[in-house]
Design a protein around this ligand. Structure first.
Ligand code: GLP
Length: 244
């Protein structure tokens, strides 16, 4: 779906999420959201906050799982995705803290495999992700599933691609300070979601969007796996759609 700008597109995405939350609330059921970080989803979160404050949308029955987190990282550091999510969403809505899940960047390395298995287990116990939001990295990564990620991969520790670390350099005030690793949900974890919404804005994303949407499905561009998802939508502004 191509929109004239990111703002109107983000409002549509937020409206879809809000309508599912309201429906589930009426049925007395929880809504399970898979959430993304980066600049792309910020306007969706701003709109959800507005719907909470102005239209009484409640998140009391919402459970969230974030896609990824740098490793290692402290949750209060500027670049942490915990901090990002608190600032953009969780501090402004009524979601109970125990219903929020973000991969832990403070673990000892030996603890990571068990932690990742438990993260998957927690997602399964909720009945699975209803809506998964995604951005896309310049390498074609979704979450931090860099080129080479297998379609059946699950939550795990990965090594960040050189291009991804370059793109994160300004956030960390220099490429040498960008962590070399991250914990991310796998491609398989993402593919299990009932619905996937991938968003991209701006001309910088146009080349990788073309690859992701029209390119051959291959592990070199993990976003191409979404072509096989039964209910995935790619939401773009005109600039990101320029090369389609
Ligand atoms: C990071 C995140 C991804 C995100 C990507 C794009 O790598 N781990 O989840 O999609 O950045 O970032 P942006 O939305 O800022 O372009």
């Amino acid at each position: 779906h191509i929109y004239s700008d990111a703002s109107s597109a983000s409002k549509e995405v937020a409206a879809e999420i809000a309508s599912l939350i309201r429906k589930r609330n009426e049925e007395g059921q929880a809504t399970v959201l898979g959430l993304a970080t980066g600049s792309t989803p910020t306007q969706v979160y701003a709109e959800l906050v507005r719907l909470h404050k102005e239209e009484g949308l409640t998140f009391e029955n919402v459970i969230t799982f974030n896609l990824d987190e740098y490793f290692p990282i402290q949750p209060n550091s500027l670049q942490s995705y915990v901090r990002f999510m608190n600032e953009h969403l969780f501090n402004h809505i009524d979601i109970p803290e125990e219903q929020v899940h973000i991969p832990d960047g403070t673990l000892d390395q030996e603890e990571v495999p068990k932690y990742c298995r438990e993260y998957e287990q927690k997602i399964r116990e909720t009945g699975g992700i209803d809506i998964q939001l995604l951005g896309i990295g310049r390498t074609g990564h979704i979450g931090f599933n860099e080129p080479g990620s297998r379609p059946n991969s699950r939550t795990r520790m990965i090594t960040l691609d050189r291009i991804t670390r370059k793109d994160a350099a300004s956030d960390f005030f220099g490429e040498e300070y960008v962590p070399r690793r991250a914990i991310t949900m796998g491609v398989g974890t993402i593919m299990d979601a009932d619905r996937v919404i991938m968003m991209a804005w701006g001309e910088g994303k146009a080349p990788i969007i073309r690859e992701a949407v029209e390119g051959e499905i291959r592990e070199h561009v993990p976003a191409t796996y979404l072509q096989e998802h039964k209910n995935a939508t790619v939401i773009l502004d005109e600039a990101a759609a320029e090369k389609l």
